[in-house]
Design a protein around this ligand. Structure first.
Ligand code: 5GP
Length: 209
């Protein structure tokens, strides 16, 4: 765990993966296990899936609304993914970081590149890989809410997505959810302990000696 009594700057933890690598489950488990990190809720123009909640999973916007947000400069990054638009609203992110809280981003490689250009020092990026080609295909097929066409499209896109793994700080293979979660928690804890993020360290040391 982090040094709780020393003030620090929050970090931006990005999780990217091809669809079907188990990223959604890992994000949910990480958020449940750690009260110092919260999810950046993206905006999207894609249709809501069964079980999704507006404002919790995404801000579901009409194309005109998305474009209006874009025009008003409300996005920290934005991208077109599988024919739909996605964007990270900037409000809250900077407040959370300044208050020493971490923010989790479930975004693709295009968004990660944009965040890297803007906020490199705050960014920690992890690419999640599925354990094998067969398992990836199996996971994509078991998503009942997606049509065959969407599954085929995503399988084809997976190779493209996966080709971006060298752009990330860390790579985690999700063979076992518990192990992958433990790996992500270990990365998060180590990155929290970076000297550069522990803004209160001089003061703390000053009191020690
Ligand atoms: P889905 O529609 O299945 O929820 O997400 C499709 C892809 O879009 C995922 O790879 C997800 O990480 C990515 N994505 C979700 N929100 C954003 C966002 O705000 N920005 C970017 N660049 N990608 C996003």
């Amino acid at each position: 765990m982090s040094n709780e009594n020393i003030s620090r700057r929050g970090l931006m933890l990005v999780l990217s993966s091809p669809s079907g690598a188990g990223k959604t489950t890992l994000s949910r488990r990480l958020l449940e296990s750690d009260r110092n990190i919260s999810l950046s809720v993206s905006a999207t123009t894609r249709a809501m899936r069964p079980g999704e909640v507006h404002g919790k999973d995404y801000h579901f916007l009409k194309m005109e609304e998305f474009e209006a947000w874009l025009g008003e400069g409300k996005f920290l990054e934005h991208a077109m993914v599988f024919g739909n638009r996605y964007g990270t609203p900037s409000h809250l992110v900077t407040d959370e970081l300044g208050a020493g809280r971490d923010v989790l981003f479930d975004i693709d490689w295009q968004g990660t590149q944009q965040l890297k250009e803007k906020m490199r020092d705050d960014l920690v990026s992890i690419f999640i890989l599925p354990p094998s080609h067969d398992e990836l295909e199996r996971r994509l097929k078991t998503r009942a809410q997606d049509s065959d066409e969407i599954v085929a499209g995503r399988m084809a896109k997976a190779a493209d997505e996966i080709s971006h793994w060298p752009e990330y700080d860390y790579v985690v293979v999700n063979t076992d959810v518990e192990k992958a979660l433990a790996d992500i928690q270990a990365i998060l804890n180590a990155e929290r302990l970076r000297r550069s993020r522990q803004t209160g360290i001089s003061e703390f040391v000053g009191r020690l000696i």
